[in-house]
Write a protein of this length. Structure first.
Ligand SMILES: Cc1cc2nc3c(=O)[nH]c(=O)nc-3n(C[C@H](O)[C@H](O)[C@H](O)COP(=O)(O)OP(=O)(O)OC[C@H]3O[C@@H](n4cnc5c(N)ncnc54)[C@H](O)[C@@H]3O)c2cc1C
Ligand code: HEM
Length: 392
């Protein structure tokens, strides 16, 4: 609990912390990794280099200065963080590590401005936020553990089958080594995966690309030319090899209702959207499904889309867009004109996933076409960040 004086001190010093946020975060991670090397494998090195994740953590602490006055909004906003943490198995005893190193970084960067009283106020704020996250994460761990087929910590799975879906995307069906059932998840969610490559422990997230079936999970991985884990999956991992999975999580899930739905994906961004579309159709909803790929060779899940078209001829409209070739409904990219043409007329709800540029342009176009912000849903395959469109 912050005292009134501490609240006042936080409000007064927040602008200075905000101004030096980048320097603080640049200092924070090296400091933490040198003092506590055991937490380093949890963090994706490429996200560190790009600066996206470091900024995300520190920005969340800063955003909490205002958010704490609205507990319901705070819980909702922190949902994305809780999901990321749960899918990585983050534990309460790791919070003091982050707190200590964040405070040390703030102290180093702001120097004498951080009097003992100011430091105590920020520590108290961090501890309040940490307690909130620990509580929300504890509830999620407990709920998942108690779900039929759930587990606690990591569970070993083996690759039951492998399927090449397109030139660069390969699906892996993962079945538990203990042969017991696996818990359901919400279509659209992802799973945390841990494996060891050349003696190095690494974690990644992959969307669950199929509907839940109680026996196995399917992930579909795009081979990145320089990617550590994706290349390992494509070039080394085979049927029978093992990985460890953490609980499924994620907030890009179907919002209940009867609105017509537009899904739009670019490349491997299709992985969360395909099961969501399938699920929506099974619930009786109308779905328009735009998928953009480089060309016919790079288009994944053609058979599954065809099967949905055959099963739901009245309610499912699928449109294929290729950048090149002549094997699609449109050649080029999804643009405002195309969206205007396919956007359902009756209060549509839109889900879109793809590279940052793809999502930014769709978000902008959909906003211009009158789709309000709370009906535009998207997810980054990396640290979350805004798309830069004014709230519409
Ligand atoms: C919620 C969520 C869901 C996701 N779902 C999926 C999914 O369904 N399918 C999927 O394929 N991915 C998905 N991802 C992305 C996935 O987690 C990995 O980030 C992705 O597989 C790349 O990991 P990697 O280890 O292969 O690449 P990393 O080693 O982490 O590299 C990341 C990128 O940086 C580039 N890079 C790395 N090193 C260099 C270098 N030295 N020089 C130049 N470039 C370099 C790589 O080419 C790659 O593009 C998801 C991510 C999130 C957060
Ligand atoms: C109050 C404390 C914390 C806050 C405010 C916080 C905030 C965040 C935020 C905003 C993200 C990005 C979420 C996204 O991608 O959308 C994140 C991701 C992450 N957090 Fe935390 N976090 C805290 C504590 C911790 C702790 C204690 C650990 C464990 C050491 C941790 C490990 C991670 C990891 C590994 C990621 C994903 C990093 C990646 O993508 O490479 N966090 N956190």
């Amino acid at each position: 609990m912050l005292t009134y004086a501490q609240e006042h001190m936080i409000e007064a010093t927040a602008p200075v912390v905000a101004q030096h946020l980048d320097s603080i975060t640049q200092r924070f991670y090296p400091l933490m990794f040198s003092r506590y090397p055991e937490v380093k494998p949890l963090f994706n090195e490429v996200h560190q280099q790009s600066g996206g994740q470091p900024r995300a953590l520190a920005s969340a602490v800063l955003a909490y200065v205002q958010l704490r006055h609205d507990p319901a909004k705070a819980r909702a906003t922190l949902g994305v963080v809780v999901s990321k943490h749960v899918s990585l198995g983050i534990q309460p005893d790791q919070y003091p590590i982050v707190g200590e190193c964040l405070m040390a970084a703030i102290g180093e960067v702001l120097g004498d401005a951080v009097t003992p009283a100011v430091a105590d106020a920020w520590k108290a704020l961090y501890n309040e936020l940490a307690a909130l996250l620990i509580n929300l994460e504890h509830k999620r761990y407990l709920e998942f553990e108690q779900r039929p087929g759930g587990w606690s910590g990591t569970r070993r799975f083996k690759i039951a089958s492998v399927k090449q879906e397109s030139a660069l995307i390969r699906s892996f069906v993962l079945a538990p080594e203990d042969g017991q059932p696996v818990a359901d998840y919400e279509p659209g969610q992802y799973i945390g995966l841990h494996l060891t490559i050349n003696g190095e422990s690494v974690y990644r997230h992959y969307s669950l690309s199929d509907l839940p079936n109680n026996r196995s999970y399917r992930i579909s991985i795009k081979r990145e030319e320089q990617g550590l884990v994706s290349r390992h999956f494509h070039d080394v991992m085979q049927q029978g090899d093992s990985v460890e999975l953490l609980p499924p999580a994620g907030d890009l899930t179907l919002v209940e209702g009867d609105e017509t739905l537009l899904f739009a994906s670019g490349g491997v961004g299709q992985t969360p959207l395909l099961p969501m579309a399938s699920h929506a159709l099974a619930l009786g909803r109308e779905v328009t499904y735009l998928h953009a790929a480089l060309d016919a060779n790079h288009e994944a899940f053609k058979n599954e889309i065809e099967a949905l078209k055959a099963k739901y001829p009245q309610r499912f409209k699928a449109i294929r867009i290729h950048e090149r070739g002549n094997a699609a409904d449109h050649i080029g990219r999804i643009d405002r004109e195309m969206l205007a043409h396919y956007l359902p007329k009756r209060s549509p709800r839109c889900y879109f996933v793809g590279p940052q540029g793809f999502m930014t342009s769709l978000d902008l176009a959909l906003a211009e076409l009158g789709v309000e912000a709370d009906r535009r849903h998207f997810e980054h395959f990396g640290p979350s960040r805004p798309l830069g469109v004014a709230q519409a």
